[in-house]
Design a protein around this ligand. Structure first.
Ligand code: 4AD
Ligand code: MG
Length: 462
């Protein structure tokens, strides 16, 4: 007989039929006559209750059925008399696929701290919390593709191995097959990359944007959605060394259009979660963040505040707030500043635009004032920066002058500059950090808790 997923069985009205369920034991309780096993198969938050008549299946046989063990249960689906569930399974036969010794199984008890679970990240998807987070993560990935498909954006896969540094911050992981114990050197004593796999120095990408722009300037509207790598040694609750980024890029979009899309996109995703992940969101709301659902609903219903960087600095300076990092025109905003604007001043998401050119990447469109660029950061409550983007410099002369001014290598960017030589066009795009989005949607405050296998400095075991 076909195995049914628990989520389907719980929905089904097919009582008094035979069923097969398979899953992991959450709890077992009972008395001399009957045992109740709560079984979960990851398909939803809820467990199915398996009722065992101890006349039919002996207590001895049930001994290895402990928390964490994996079972197959053949039985009959019946209406449940117990509170909180519509149906339950009366067991006819139980097969134990895998036991979980209570002495050693780390998830024997409930209520572990998130820190403890981080140390056993390879097991934590078996908990209610991480089951909920990973189901929401899946739903958000699906909704992202759905949104862009509806808007006529094509999914473009950009390379993970590249020779360019999109953000110009030099925070890259090098990719090499050279023997690190015997690195070949040139006559000048430098590393001889001509002997390396790609014949040049390569790294893991920090962003798919540069290649994404090629897509926009040919297919009109594209988006990327893939892993991104940054070797920034910042051990913060908001940074990962390996994270996922969604980067739409559209020809003929100016900064205004870009802002509009960013706001619409974020609202679409949050709405999708509210409509489709209700049970998991309610669990997160109850267990971890009592204002979660209210916050999600608030963001969906209210307009984002749009603000010039220069005005933002004035507000921060006039705030009377004691910031750890002082604020001056020209400074990069820290998350304490971003959160002040969002949480205390405007009490809503903020889109901050027209930043000083010296704190932003080389590719952003230069404003007439010679000082600022058409950058756009979307700042969210509890998170700070969730999206970074801009209108792009479309003028060949201005762009190559900026590349030279910053001492960047034209040798690795020639192909990018070429896009401005033939059929250049106004265009814009942005990058949404997938895990930052998930922090917002799940209410988790540490980014390590919204990705199945976090990669951070000194942590890459599992
Ligand atoms: O602001 P960033 O650096 O922008 C770019 O990479 C552009 N090329 C995007 C574009 O215009 N196509 O990064 C974009 C977003 C940030 O707003 C943040 O949400 C996320 O990526 N992000 C990180 N998330 C987790 N860990 C890190 N180390 C992150 N660095 C950036
Ligand atoms: Mg940024």
């Amino acid at each position: 007989m076909k195995t049914q997923r628990i989520v389907e069985i719980l929905k089904s009205e097919a009582v008094d039929t035979d069923v097969v369920v398979k899953g992991w034991v959450r709890t077992k309780r009972g008395n001399k006559n009957v045992a109740f096993i709560a079984l979960n198969d990851g398909s939803c938050m809820r467990n199915i209750q398996v009722v065992v008549d101890l006349q039919k299946i002996s207590e001895e046989e049930l001994k290895p059925v402990t928390t964490g063990a994996c079972l197959r249960v053949d039985g009959r689906l019946v209406k449940s008399l117990g509170a909180g569930q519509g149906v339950e399974v009366q067991a006819e036969k139980i097969e134990i696929y895998g036991t979980a010794d209570p002495e050693s199984y780390p998830l024997q008890k409930k209520g572990h701290s998130l820190e403890f679970l981080r140390d056993i990240a390879y097991l934590r998807p078996r908990t209610n919390t991480f089951g909920a987070i990973l189901r929401i993560r899946h739903a958000m990935a699906y909704a992202i593709h759905e949104y862009f498909n509806k808007k006529g954006f094509y999914y473009l896969n950009t390379p993970l191995i590249t020779a360019s540094d999109c953000e110009g911050a030099g925070e890259m992981f090098q990719v090499t097959t050279l023997d690190l114990n015997k690195v070949p050197k040139t006559e000048q004593g430098e590393v001889d990359f001509s002997q390396d796999f790609f014949g040049r120095c390569c790294n893991l990408t920090v962003s798919g944007q540069l290649e994404g722009e090629l897509g926009a300037l040919s297919m009109g509207q594209i988006y990327t959605f893939g892993p991104t790598f940054r070797a920034e040694n910042s051990n913060t609750p908001r940074h990962l060394a390996e994270f996922w980024m969604i980067e739409p890029e559209a020809a003929f979009y100016e900064l205004e259009d870009n802002m509009e899309m960013a706001e619409e996109f974020l609202k679409y995703l949050i709405n999708y979660a509210l409509d489709n992940c209700r049970e998991d969101l309610e669990f997160m709301n109850k267990m971890w963040d009592q204002e979660l659902i209210e916050r999600l609903e608030f963001v969906v219903k209210n307009d984002f505040k749009r603000l010039e960087y220069t005005e933002g600095i004035e507000i921060l300076k006039a705030s009377g707030e004691k910031f750890e990092f002082p604020v001056e025109w020209g400074c990069d905003l820290q998350s304490e500043h971003e959160r002040y604007l969002v949480e205390k001043h405007f009490k809503r998401p903020v889109i901050l635009i027209n930043y000083p050119k010296d704190i932003k990447a080389f590719y952003m469109k230069q404003n007439e004032d010679g000082k600022t660029v058409r950058a756009m950061d979307v700042l969210f409550p509890k998170i700070g920066e969730i999206i970074g983007g801009s209108e792009r410099e479309a003028d060949y002369g201005k762009l190559s002058a900026r590349v030279a001014e910053l001492g960047m290598s034209e040798k690795s960017l020639w192909w990018y500059l070429d896009t401005r030589r033939w059929g250049s066009a106004p265009h814009s795009g942005f990058g949404l950090g997938f895990e930052r989005l998930l922090m917002f949607v799940t209410g988790m405050t540490n980014i390590r808790d919204v990705i199945p296998f976090p990669r951070t400095p000194q942590h890459a075991d599992f």
